[in-house]
Design a protein around this ligand. Structure first.
Ligand code: UD2
Length: 314
């Protein structure tokens, strides 16, 4: 296959990446997705230029021929969510560790040019120092964090042992259009926006003073493309933060959203969530230096665009 492949390409981030690839000149893009959380509808207006393969990354013999000869494989397929990995660890272990292993193995066997892997900021856990830089020792606090970290290690080992070019990007709390707000495991901003538009209070877990480096999905998609193009001698086998470099507490984020919408709704508070990281903020220096990372969307601008999208779809 001589076109780029996106695993998880029918998901929220994957479908934004598919759009970015097409916008940057890819004639077609292949998507591998088992549609467990991804949806064909996420690809609606680009569907004619997408080869959608409904396949599971845990099935080596099914995915190997689909990855064969791809110039770049963007490996985003995963079962996300810290709390889901705690309450139900087996499926996320199998998708995030076993699935990633099978993707990498198939990429070596199929002589794929490069793998760009969606890693997670959760790998850092709670560090004493902010922002978090790639040289810090990881301290995963949940099965999900450990699984995503294992995927990074697998990428680096596949580079050193088998010569497969890999770049791992630690995504920092990505948000934007098409993030599904309907599950209790959904990303907090998708839940906040749904509640806001319904004029209902959100439930904040803990005191709301935890903070996140919320990163707009188009900036992450752009960085994936840069990771695919950067010189192998500089980037292959490495891990980079894919964040915005700032952080916002949940309390201030909810207040900001209320202000944007011109309403005043006080949040409700619940018990803190097990496995939760307290603060998260990316040091973007390495990604700027090696990949040319240049996020274009301020938090407010990203929120505005996302809110507009939910308003038109919910
Ligand atoms: C982690 C990773 C993120 C990504 C994601 C995938 C960190 C810092 N980030 O996101 O990079 O890999 O996992 O799932 O580890 N919350 C509420 N109310 C709600 C929902 C969430 O208060 O209704 C809180 C939650 O307790 C947490 C924050 O919002 O403190 C963000 O939660 P999330 O599930 O959106 O993402 P998080 O940080 O676990």
């Amino acid at each position: 296959m001589s076109i780029p492949v996106v695993t998880g390409g029918a998901g929220f981030i994957g479908s934004a990446l598919v759009r970015a690839l097409l916008a940057h000149g890819a004639p077609r893009v292949a998507v591998i997705d088992n549609l467990s959380s991804g949806k064909e509808a996420n690809l609606a207006e680009v569907r004619g230029r997408v080869e959608l393969h409904v396949a599971d990354i845990r099935d080596y013999s099914r995915i190997a021929p689909l990855l064969q000869g791809a110039p770049v494989v963007y490996h985003l397929a995963a079962i996300p969510s810290v709390p889901r990995s705690i309450s139900d660890p087996v499926p996320s272990h199998e998708a995030n560790i076993d699935g990633t292993f099978h993707v990498l193995r198939a990429c070596v066997d199929g002589r794929v040019g490069r793998v760009v892997y969606a890693a997670s900021s959760s790998a850092y856990g709670d560090t004493e120092v902010l922002p978090k830089s790639e040289s810090m020792a990881p301290r995963p606090r949940s099965p999900y964090a450990l699984q995503k970290l294992t995927g990074e290690y697998y990428c680096a080992v596949f580079t050193s042992c088998y010569g497969l070019e890999t770049v791992s990007l630690r995504f920092f709390n990505v948000f934007g259009p098409r993030q599904d707000p309907s599950s209790p495991y959904s990303g907090v901003l998708s839940i906040f926006m749904k509640r806001l538009l319904e004029r209902r209070p959100p439930v904040i877990f803990g005191d709301g003073e935890q903070s996140r480096d919320f990163t707009y999905v188009e900036d992450v998609a752009e960085l994936c493309l840069k990771a695919a193009r950067a010189p192998a001698a500089v980037v292959s086998g490495n891990v980079y933060n894919a964040g915005n470099g700032r952080r916002y507490t949940l309390n201030e984020t909810w207040r900001l959203l209320c202000r944007m919408e011109g309403v005043e709704i006080g949040p409700e508070y619940g018990p803190p969530r097990p496995g939760d990281v307290r603060h998260s903020q990316a040091d973007t220096a390495a990604a700027v230096r090696d990949l040319g990372h240049a996020p274009r969307f301020s938090f407010e601008e990203g929120l505005r665009r996302t809110l507009d999208w939910y308003r038109s779809t919910l």
